[in-house]
Ligand binder design. Sequence first.
Ligand code: ARG
Length: 471
Amino acid sequence: MTKRHKTARVVSRTAKAWAGRFRERTNRLVEAFTSSLSFDRRLYAYDIEGSIAHCKTLERAGVLSHRETADIIRGLDKVRAELDAGRFPFASEDEDIHMAIERRLTELIGPVGGKLHTGRSRNDQVALDLRLYLRDALDSLLRGMRRLQQALLAKARDHLDVVMPGYTHLQRAQPVLFAHHLLAYIEMLERDKGRLQDGRARLDAMPLGSGALAGTNYPVDRAYTAKLLGFAGVTENSLDAVSDRDLVVEALAMLSILMMHLSRLSEELVLWSSQEFQFVELPDSFCTGSSMMPQKKNPDVPELVRGKTGRVYGHLLAVLTMLKGLPLSYNRDLQEDKEALFDALDTAAASVDVYAELIKGLAVNRDALAKAAGSGYLLATELADYLVTKGVPFRRAHETAGRIVRACLDRNRDLHELTLSDLRAFSDRFEKDVLDAVTVEGAIERKAQIGGTARKRVEARIKVLEKALAS
Ligand code: ARG
């Protein structure tokens, strides 16, 4: 037996939709290697929705009769019911979800099922499915992000009186409101939502009618298909439409930035919940223990969100790399877009959802935060700014305050322990009012410009966000 004969025995039994031109059946290995069914089956509802719209468009163009259209749509509804119920009979020969649905349609309604693919290719079909899928996935992610923002906002509102040290270089820098710190993450998520909405607006063009690459011979009204599917318009170039994966790249980039933000929040939660900081306590139900050390309570959720960020970045790079050398138009390489996109969307959605709940249960250790805000020379800048109000140039004032801190460090004392006469030893511009001015509360209240941590500013921003997030 020749090698060729051996290979020929390892074949599938059912003929492919494209079998006409072939002398041999597909090798089993190739069948498994090229199949996308295991992951693109999640597109099925969108595929059927697109097929129904295509079918109606063909009827309108006079390509399908009313009877044929009705039969096909009824058949597609049956296929969808089977898929919904999990009793769709998948076959190993199904190359992808598009072929599986069409095969099943024809099994159910006979040869008329073969008319559905008139004037359509899997290339414009999968481009459509991706857009429909992504549109819904982004909308659902946007809702999840809003819930996370609402959780952060509620936590901020409930802790408006809590002061904490703000950091640069992870060194205590200046006191800020804990609420102000939480609101920083809400602002990041606002920008993330804006990016998602931008990307969603750009994918709002309907690609059917592009055919495999060149367009279609049939007089289809593409605007009608677009309207049926709720698209704002149609794609303008068939070659571009079947090979464009900008929407995938953009989605992955947007998700990468979102995950980067969540990862920074994660890092803070890990630090803050450590014995070293003890600023917050994560809910027990969101932590795990150690199999060996009985005392451990580990912040696994933030750690995993931080860890999963890397994998979303990886998907972005994988798709960019997959695309960079591709000639127009469709190439099978493009099938690699889906696992990356799906996994990144799943990962981001799961991270957002788990965080919305975790934040609700976050316990804030007011005393530890206040204690940390009251030490570490956080008021040194206030001291310098006080001297400025007495006419000292800021550079001089900065130097004087620095010498005061140095002296305190040498004597192991904190700033608030200094008396007026201690201060006057450094500058005769210090007067009695310095003791009232250079306080944590004063430091916070003086940051009164837009964007500052003064309580009335933070309260005003909370009000605006409350309104924006409620609608
Ligand atoms: N499964 C394919 C994909 O995801 C569908 C398009 C196949 N087109 C083709 N010409 N083989 O990209």
